[in-house]
Design a protein around this ligand. Structure first.
Ligand code: FE2
Length: 282
């Protein structure tokens, strides 16, 4: 949280609990809130900072293109090394209660929906949200909320320096036998060049570079939700990114309908959005 954020208000008005100094990873102060779906959300302030790790210069300024050749009499030889992460870029959460969750995060954290996608009946179901940094550049999305059939961490994404860092990082992870999931490709909303991996426990992680940034005054853009709309080019998204069509999912859906957590109409709209063909022009 910014230095001028009044954490006391979260305690007095929203029932946030102060974190003890033993809980804080880097000093400062912080409070814990619960979001509408019961996740713990920590708001931290005044944490100690460390110096950035050394990083080579980005290759972008010396990238040759058909109409501009700044790299003259020089080659591209980047080191074969793990992609150095410059920051945690965003987190994606799936939720059963998209309206309440998106309202809560906008109100409590002041996040701005950059891109909102809606189902065929016009109801919003996915929001790419950025931080309100005023006139400073903020990533297209820092928090993404997507309506679905379970409360689930989808993935977290880590920014790397440039495309060569992404590609060399992929080589290293492959050589070490890690489980590649998707990429390299370019996202549509957010525009990042992406590369997705599974960790040994099956959690999803993304390395990315070259994402969009916006100031706070850019208006929200609305578009219809379809699964094919999450990438501009690259391999098709793996089936593992969608709910698996198996008995477990059927039982889960029946239970959700019985507990009135989702309606059959909404399920139908969701499934139409997920099953929309990725490349209708082919
Ligand atoms: Fe992502």
């Amino acid at each position: 949280m910014s230095d001028d954020t009044d954490l006391y208000r979260y305690v007095s008005e929203m029932g946030a609990q102060w974190l003890s100094s033993q809980q804080l990873p880097a000093g400062g102060r912080g409070v814990e809130l619960k979001d509408p779906c019961g996740r713990a959300v920590w708001l931290l302030q005044g944490q100690a900072r460390v110096d950035p790790l050394p990083m080579r210069a980005s290759l972008v300024r010396t990238t040759n293109t058909a109409d501009h050749t700044p790299r003259l009499n020089q080659t591209v030889r980047t080191a074969i090394e793990p992609a150095k992460v410059t920051k945690l870029g965003h987190v994606v959460l799936q939720t059963l209660d998209f309206p309440r969750m998106s309202e809560w995060y906008m109100r409590v954290l002041g996040i701005i929906p950059t891109d909102v996608q809606y189902l065929a009946d016009g109801s919003p179901n996915l929001a790419f949200c950025r931080l309100d940094l005023g006139h400073q550049a903020a990533d297209h999305h820092t928090l993404v909320l997507v309506g679905g059939i379970e409360e689930k961490y989808e993935h977290s994404a880590y920014e790397v320096l440039d495309l060569d860092a992404l590609g060399q990082g992929q080589q290293v992870l492959r050589a070490q036998g890690h489980h590649h999931m998707w990429g390299i490709g370019r996202h549509l909303l957010g525009s990042q060049l992406f590369d997705y991996w599974h960790d040994p426990e099956g959690f999803e992680y993304e390395h990315y570079t070259d994402g969009d940034v916006f100031t706070a005054d850019v208006e929200t853009f609305y578009s219809p939700l379809d699964f094919g709309g999450i990438w501009a080019w690259g391999d098709d998204a793996p089936a593992s990114m969608k709910p698996q069509k198996n008995l477990r999912t059927v039982l889960r859906l029946l239970s959700l309908i019985r507990r009135k957590l989702i309606t059959p109409q909404r399920l139908k709209l969701l499934s139409a959005a997920l099953d929309a063909p990725a490349r209708p022009w082919l």
